[in-house]
Design a protein around this ligand. Structure first.
Ligand SMILES: Cc1cc2nc3c(=O)[nH]c(=O)nc-3n(C[C@H](O)[C@H](O)[C@H](O)COP(=O)(O)OP(=O)(O)OC[C@H]3O[C@@H](n4cnc5c(N)ncnc54)[C@H](O)[C@@H]3O)c2cc1C
Length: 478
């Protein structure tokens, strides 16, 4: 088999997205993944009439690259959209009760979530002067613009839940780049968002929240099956070396040790794994990557007989502010979102334990996780019997934390990478953790590699010179 132009190490959604966009442009690419199958944090389990996601469960899209990929792969037809507000609200826990999250300014004014003082503070946002400090934390940014109450009651659970992060430590520039950019451009979030809405600057619907009929593994299968992408499972890269014309990768495979050469290598494995590969030839880059912190998460799926849950479960689920319960970050009402994911007459809930604000939960055994969840959930959604089925997925290094001076770290990583032509990093610690951002970053990276190959005079197939079908939209620093 001939050597490919590009080798991608790590077949999670980051690596597979780069590979898919490269193959789309006619550039041969090989993907190695050390696991039994590609997908990384995206894996769907079907058992006993239930469908559960081991980690990621939903996509929220507003990027044209994602819409384009879904159309080109035919995945559009497989999509299952999530019902959204007002008919199906998301709740936040407050004082032991579930309160709907207001999604529009009018709803915020009527909502019991904030006090009158808190609401007036939010309404004063347009009069708050523009911030001058680039290295603000999320808490500093949100508190400065919208007030402490909104931070604690809504923003903190949104950062602690989907990102497993701590707003007191997370960099606002890294976690909220779009809001920071709007502030700098319009001096007000309210004004900026209004202008964007009026001018319809969005290129895809903002509340496009969905999965696929058979779960998110469908996305992985489609990316891995693209013509031109050769995916090898059980291929663990152990060594990376620069050569005169590119890179040599060595790894353990079921057939023994294998070595492959390519002009470009994309590191799409978690930061510590990338650091290990880089150690022999760039200890500064190794240190920058090894210093990235991760949060652990335990995902607990609980299935009940519906008759034993005396709550309508009308909505998507709820998020939990630190002040209410630091260990539980949120709970998704899966059988309300996707009725086909549980047998008739059953209720399926997925709960998330841990994250940056409760690292101690990684030590909890299964019984303790279930007992704690039942103690919190039973009074909240009126459960009167034990779960009939439970699945627990543990992620020791679930999500990278964009904590501290994170933009500075990313800048230093980019500066070191510039010394190594043909070496690239595409992973969720750079440019956003969501599947949407991973696909969009994959597009940007594939574009860069294609240009570099063309500039170097590499004999590329004709398809590689046809222009990519769209322009990347700004917003993330991939
Ligand atoms: C619990 C949880 C819930 C989430 N929910 C959502 C959600 O609902 N929506 C959303 O958009 N995002 C969600 N995310 C985030 C999203 O799933 C991840 O950010 C994304 O899937 C990470 O993709 P990745 O390819 O960067 O990394 P990974 O998925 O970690 O992939 C890295 C790959 O590298 C491979 N690898 C490691 N070492 C080697 C080696 N030496 N050689 C070869 N291969 C190697 C691994 O086997 C793995 O497949 C969630 C994440 C978690 C943990």
């Amino acid at each position: 088999m001939s050597d490919p132009e590009v080798i991608v190490i790590g077949g999670g959604v980051s690596g597979l997205s780069v590979a898919w966009w490269l193959a789309e442009a006619g550039i041969p690419v090989e993907v190695w993944d050390e696991a039994d199958q590609p997908g990384g944090k995206i894996a769907t389990r079907a058992a006993g009439g239930y469908l559960t996601e081991r980690a990621a469960s939903l996509m929220l899209n507003f990027r044209p690259e994602v819409s384009r990929l879904l159309a080109a792969t035919g995945l559009d037809a497989d999509r299952v959209s999530c019902p959204g507000p007002p008919g199906s609200p998301r709740y936040v826990l407050q004082g032991g009760r579930l309160v709907p999250v207001p999604m529009r300014p009018g709803a915020l004014v009527r909502s019991p979530l904030l006090s009158l003082r808190g609401k007036l503070r939010v309404l004063a946002e347009p009069f708050v002067p523009k911030g001058r400090r680039p290295e603000e934390t999320v808490s500093e940014f949100v508190q400065r613009r919208l007030g402490r109450e909104l931070l604690e009651k809504t923003m903190e659970p949104f950062i602690a839940g989907p990102l497993a992060s701590d707003p007191d430590l997370a960099s606002a520039q890294a976690v909220l780049p779009r809001l920071k950019a709007i502030e700098q451009r319009y001096a007000s979030l309210a004004l900026g968002i209004f202008v964007h809405r009026v001018l319809k600057r969005r290129t895809a619907p903002i509340h496009e929240v969905f999965s696929f009929r058979n779960g998110l593994a469908t996305l992985i299968d489609a990316l891995a099956a693209a013509p031109g992408v050769r995916v090898h499972a059980r291929h663990a890269a152990t060594q990376l070396e620069p050569t005169r014309s590119g890179w040599r990768v060595t790894g353990n495979t079921p057939g023994g040790e294998r070595t492959l050469r390519a002009r470009h290598v994309v590191l799409s494995l978690p930061a510590a794994g990338a650091a290990t590969l880089l150690r022999p030839f760039d200890d500064e880059l190794e240190g920058l990557l090894r210093g990235i912190e991760y949060a652990s998460l335990t995902v607990v799926h609980l299935a009940f007989d519906r008759s034993t849950v005396h709550h309508p479960l009308k909505g998507t689920g709820f998020l939990v502010p630190r002040a209410e319960c630091p260990q539980l970050t949120g709970c998704q009402w899966v059988s309300s979102l996707f009725p086909c994911r549980a047998p008739p007459g059953k209720a399926l809930m997925t709960c998330y334990l841990g994250g940056a604000r409760a690292p101690e939960t990684r030590e909890w055994d299964d019984d303790r996780c279930i007992a704690a969840l039942m103690a919190w959930l039973a009074p909240l959604v009126k459960i009167t019997a034990a779960p009939e089925r439970v699945w627990i997925d543990r992620h020791e290094r679930a999500l990278p934390l964009y904590h501290g001076a994170y933009p500075g770290r990313l800048g230093a990583i980019a500066a070191r990478l510039a010394n190594w032509p043909g070496l690239h990093v595409a992973a969720n610690y750079r440019g956003g953790v969501s599947i949407r951002d991973r696909i969009a970053c994959g597009y940007a990276m594939a574009q860069g590699i294609r240009s570099a190959l063309a500039d170097s005079g590499a004999p590329l197939p004709a398809a590689a010179f046809r222009s990519f079908p769209m322009h990347a939209v700004g917003g993330s620093s991939c």
